[in-house]
Design a protein around this ligand. Structure first.
Ligand code: SF4
Length: 94
């Protein structure tokens, strides 16, 4: 019988190739927006964090390109695009 892999193990198989610049950026002055605060808990890759001043920051290394932050935060808060061709996530397990 085959044992089921947990999500972390599956994500660990994926490969990420960084682009020349971040494909998702928080717009200047929007770092404290409530929708961005939610992303600290919601992003499935855990890429959003906040500092002691409640300002949210983002690193895109490991982004799953799921689009959740685009839906939650909208164009007022984020510049969102897929990574340039040949870059980003390469899924290895489904
Ligand atoms: Fe996180 Fe998905 Fe947004 Fe990437 S696209 S930063 S994985 S919520």
């Amino acid at each position: 019988m085959t044992e089921a892999m947990d999500l972390k193990a599956k994500l660990g198989l994926d490969v990420f190739k960084p682009g020349s610049e971040a494909h998702i950026k928080i717009k200047t002055g929007r770092e404290k927006d409530p929708s961005l605060q939610k992303m600290v808990r919601i992003c499935p890759a855990g890429l959003y964090s906040k500092n002691e001043q409640e300002e949210v920051s983002l690193t895109v290394d490991g982004c799953l390109e799921c689009g959740t932050c685009r839906l939650v935060c909208g164009n007022d808060n984020l510049e969102w695009a897929y990574p340039e061709g040949g870059c980003g996530i390469q899924l290895r397990f489904g």
